[in-house]
Write a protein that binds this ligand. Structure first.
Ligand SMILES: Cc1cc2nc3c(=O)[nH]c(=O)nc-3n(C[C@H](O)[C@H](O)[C@H](O)COP(=O)(O)OP(=O)(O)OC[C@H]3O[C@@H](n4cnc5c(N)ncnc54)[C@H](O)[C@@H]3O)c2cc1C
Length: 473
């Protein structure tokens, strides 16, 4: 029987994988992953994503080897690698699951065309999102720009039941060997990933474990705990979802047995639907990865300040909650959502540095870097996107810290040089009396940076800059 090639991309799982299931139903399967970062420009995976991808491919390789359908790894161009693999295995059909990002659609079309020219059949499936991006429309047939009506419309559409993993896979006879994941060169030359290895278990087994652990407890307290970065209140599923180690449909059905609205897990399902909203927005507005959705923001008087950007990136702004967040990101490739909002707000509103600079840094350092979610998150914070926080709502990093990290456990973990301060002084050490600082071993300007800007003054400058945009000047 002729083999079917399964072109895996960001669907690195056996469960709920329509391309794999269809291929397995037709006979032998030849799974292949092609590393072709040039084809993904300007959004080739960043350094943290590459680290994750290496681990995820290693896990999937082992899984597919054990299932008797070894994974082939190749380097791009994709069309050439797939054609070569068809020749090697005798496959006459290639199947894959679609990627949602608009800038990647052209590649799929070109690959389908090249394969068809060689007489090879192709088929593509939906497996990344709950609902097809761009398919949820309002009464006038347009996409939504506000989340709540999007959620109302989407929640009324049943989510497709996930497929079980194929009962049996059969690889191409005598196949095996091939390039190991290390051959793709995804790992950094200098090993900076020790903390990431401790924090994560990339791969399908790790994803399902994270889902089970979340379903067994934290989901019930999600609404109350999700804003407190020191609590284990969120699922940490984002990188697993991004790389497709678990499908959004599997997550949805694991946590939602009846109608989503009014379900105990609704607060979490709503959040999962923000991911859908982000993909929907990007499908309707493909240029928003670099351009503000609200076009008047193209005139915003941003500043270019490489030194200030560097201090933010390194977690040396002098604002403890911002610095703790930026260091959590650097060490683990992830930052809690509440802290992402505070740190992002500090960059765009306190420093007036363009949101695109922050989005680029997150793209390189997040293990869950995702074009749709990252774009929406940054535009939301900057006030220039859909359903955005109004520009004049400027997060106060001291008040946010005191409110969402009241015991200081989060700041003490990621900014240990402040650990000896009493709770009341932790989020604004520059206001603490000299004897309190001395007792805690804190030397302002030496062991701990002084705040790089005065927040209330920076807020006034941000509001003035915004007024300029609003007045169309
Ligand atoms: C400036 C900024 C940048 C961001 N960049 C990214 C990014 O690159 N990739 C990314 O996945 N998320 C991004 N987010 C959204 C959010 O911070 C993360 O999805 C979340 O922190 C991931 O942790 P979790 O899996 O524990 O989330 P949970 O709270 O457990 O939520 C479950 C899932 O729902 C989705 N989700 C939750 N909140 C959001 C949201 N606000 N927007 C979109 N989807 C959401 C994610 O897929 C998440 O994994 C960004 C947010 C901000 C403010």
């Amino acid at each position: 029987m002729m083999a079917t090639l399964v072109w895996l991309r960001r669907d690195l799982r056996l469960d709920d994988n329509p391309a794999l299931t269809v291929a397995a139903a037709h006979g032998p399967v030849a799974p292949i992953f092609v590393w072709a970062p040039d084809e993904e420009e300007p959004w080739a995976p960043g350094a943290a994503s590459r680290w994750w991808l290496h681990q995820s491919l290693s896990a999937l390789s082992a899984e597919l080897e054990a299932a008797d359908a070894p994974l082939r790894l190749a380097c791009g161009p994709s069309a050439e690698a797939l054609l070569a693999e068809c020749r090697r295995t005798g496959a006459r059909r290639v199947v894959w699951n679609r990627l949602p990002e608009p800038h990647l659609q052209g590649r799929d079309e070109a690959v389908a065309h090249a394969l068809a020219s060689a007489g090879i059949e192709t088929a593509a499936f939906d497996a990344c999102t709950l609902w097809r991006p761009g398919s949820i429309r309002n009464g006038s047939g347009n996409g939504f720009q506000v989340f709540t009506p999007f959620w109302r419309a989407a929640a009324a559409i049943p989510v497709v039941e996930p497929l079980p993993r194929p009962a049996r896979l059969r690889g191409v006879e005598g196949d095996g060997g091939g390039m190991p994941p290390a051959g793709l060169g995804l790992l950094p030359a200098v090993d900076w990933a020790a903390e990431m290895r401790r924090a994560w278990q990339p791969g399908e087994a790790g994803a399902l474990e994270a889902l089970d652990a979340f379903a067994a407890g934290p989901v019930a307290r999600y609404a109350a705990d999700r804003d407190f970065p020191a609590l284990p209140g969120v699922s940490r599923l984002a990188p697993h979802l991004h790389f497709g180690e678990v499908s959004a449909r599997r997550v949805w059905h694991a946590l939602c047995q009846g109608p989503p609205q009014g379900a105990p897990s609704e607060p979490f399902l709503r959040q999962l639907a923000w991911r859908e909203f982000a993909h929907d927005l990007l499908a309707h507005h493909p240029k928003t990865d670099t351009e503000p959705l609200r076009s008047e923001f193209a005139r915003f008087p941003w500043r270019s300040d490489p030194e200030a950007l560097r201090r933010w990136q390194c977690g040396r702004t002098g604002y403890p909650i911002v610095d703790a967040g930026m260091r959590e990101l650097w060490a683990t490739g992830w930052m809690h959502n509440r802290v992402r909002m505070i740190a992002a707000s500090f960059l765009v509103k306190d420093l007036l540095i363009p949101w695109q600079e922050g989005a680029r840094w997150f793209w390189d350092t997040l293990v869950d870097a995702d074009l749709a979610n990252n774009t929406m998150g940054w535009q939301w914070v900057a006030g220039c996107g859909a359903d955005a926080a109004p520009y004049f709502r400027v997060f106060n990093p001291v008040l946010q810290g005191a409110r969402f990290d009241p015991t200081g456990a989060y700041v003490r973990r990621w900014a240990p040089e402040l650990a000896g301060l009493p709770d009341r002084a932790l989020h604004a050490p520059w206001e603490a009396p000299a004897d309190v600082l001395r007792a805690a071993g804190v030397e302002l300007g030496r062991s701990v940076p002084r705040p790089m800007v005065d927040h209330s003054q920076a807020r006034q400058e941000a509001l003035a800059a915004y007024a300029q945009v609003a007045a169309g000047r």
